[in-house]
Design a protein around this ligand. Structure first.
Ligand SMILES: [Zn+2]
Length: 416
């Protein structure tokens, strides 16, 4: 038991140390170039914007150090301080000895309580840090209503889902985890379809891109690249942040393309066309089913692990919970899996970066050359104050997208 707790503590410290070392290396690399950007970077960003991006990167990184240390301390306190078992016996006491709803409630209440300590940090990030660099467009009222809606959604969706899952545990016996996986994976697929239709509108306004030159242009691109889009939607991201983005959700005939209004404001029609071509590239190169399959494999492994841990009496008891109870095992797994999956993140990012190169290549061909894509990427880097000189280990570990310099090099090398 002591061995398990020591191993968990060691893994928590290891992750924190790795995080902090990578962040420190990254800051050193950014500072090293602060006064003399590499030629490839100087060609992309003008001096004042570059200085701003350096300041933004350093400030975000320093803020990240504080939040990482704080989060680790809170997690340690929660895991080893014995508060969760007290909460568990209190909440489970509200119902009968076998009642499912009290166990579901325990997980959800714990989830809400665990989110509270980091609220001041999230506030600071939005209204101090992002504000300082001109990215914050949110208001305190909107921020609070977002948080409340999040909690309501967590209960509205989480309660029936967890209830069904815990019910399956009792119903299916030792093979419950296969059924549990099927339930959760089915739910995930459903959410891919429902999220933009049901959840997103609770937070944002989605409107079809209006008729006109831009729409004709983007629709023509869709026809030409074998992607018949019914509509292209615009989301009012500018309500909260000046950062810009484009994304693609769903699969099969449920696919949809959503462009941030900030993106439309920042790019020329030709650059927007290139960005959309990149998104279509993800679709046409089959990245979406591949990503869904990957997440299914990971979820399957996760369920296998939860079932094994829940069966092993030492797991629950080490953290002060009664053995053979699924709800505590489930919560503990949710809290602890990150200290293991952290080390696999670079593999996922490596694959993601490969897909980004493929989508860029698709956009280059669709646009008849690399010019428009490069122009769009440069403009987005400037508008978002992207760090153009990350440390190699830092970007290799955390970046889901290649750096701008890497993407440009690949686009230019492939040529027209
Ligand atoms: Zn992409």
């Amino acid at each position: 038991m002591l061995l398990l707790l020591s191993a968990v503590a060691a893994l928590m410290v290891l992750r924190l140390v790795a995080d902090l070392i990578l962040a420190a290396l990254n800051r050193a690399e950014v500072r090293r170039h602060a006064n003399s950007p590499p030629p490839a970077v100087a060609a992309i960003m003008d001096g004042p914007t570059y200085s701003q991006s350096v300041a933004y990167t350093l400030e975000k990184s320093r803020f990240g150090v504080i939040t990482e240390i704080f989060d680790t301390l809170v997690l340690a306190l929660v895991l080893f301080g014995g508060v969760l078992p007290v909460l568990y016996s209190a909440v489970v006491g509200w119902g009968g000895p076998e009642s499912i709803w009290t166990r579901v409630l325990f997980v959800l209440i714990a989830g809400v309580l665990l989110g509270i300590p980091s609220l001041p940090f999230e506030w600071w990030e939005q209204f101090r840090l992002e504000q300082k660099f001109g990215f914050n467009k949110s208001t305190p009222g909107l921020w609070i209503s977002d948080k409340l809606k999040g909690v309501l959604l967590m209960f509205g969706i989480g309660f029936p889902l967890l209830w069904a899952l815990f019910w399956v545990v009792g119903w299916a016996g030792s093979t419950w985890w296969i059924w549990g996986f099927a339930l959760m994976f089915g739910f995930q697929l459903l959410m891919l379809i429902l999220y933009p239709k049901v959840i997103l509108p609770l937070f944002n306004k989605l409107t079809p891109l209006p008729e006109g030159d831009l729409r004709d242009r983007l629709m023509a691109l869709g026809d030409r690249t074998g992607f018949q889009a019914k509509t292209i939607e615009v989301i009012d991201g500018s309500k909260r942040s000046g950062h810009s983005n484009a994304y693609f959700t769903g699969f099969g005939r449920f696919r949809r393309i959503v462009l941030f209004d900030t993106l439309i404001a920042q790019l020329t029609p030709e650059e927007l066309e290139a960005v959309l071509a990149h998104e279509i590239g993800h679709y046409r190169r089959g990245h979406i089913p591949k990503m869904i399959a990957m997440s299914a494999i990971m979820m399957f492994a996760g369920f296998f692990a939860i079932a094994w841990l829940a069966r092993s009496t030492w797991f629950n008891t080490a953290f002060g919970f009664p053995p053979g109870e699924i709800a505590p095992s489930f919560l503990l797994f949710a809290l602890l899996s990150g200290i293991v999956t952290f080390w696999f993140a670079p593999l996922g990012n490596l694959l993601s970066r490969k897909y980004e190169y493929e989508a860029d290549d698709f956009a280059r061909k669709a646009m008849g050359g690399p010019g428009a894509m490069i122009a769009a990427l440069r403009k987005l880097a400037k508008k978002n104050l992207t760090n153009l000189t990350p440390h190699r280990w830092f970007s290799g570990f955390y970046y889901s997208h290649p750096t701008l310099v890497e993407r440009e090099a690949a686009l230019v090398k492939a040529g027209g």
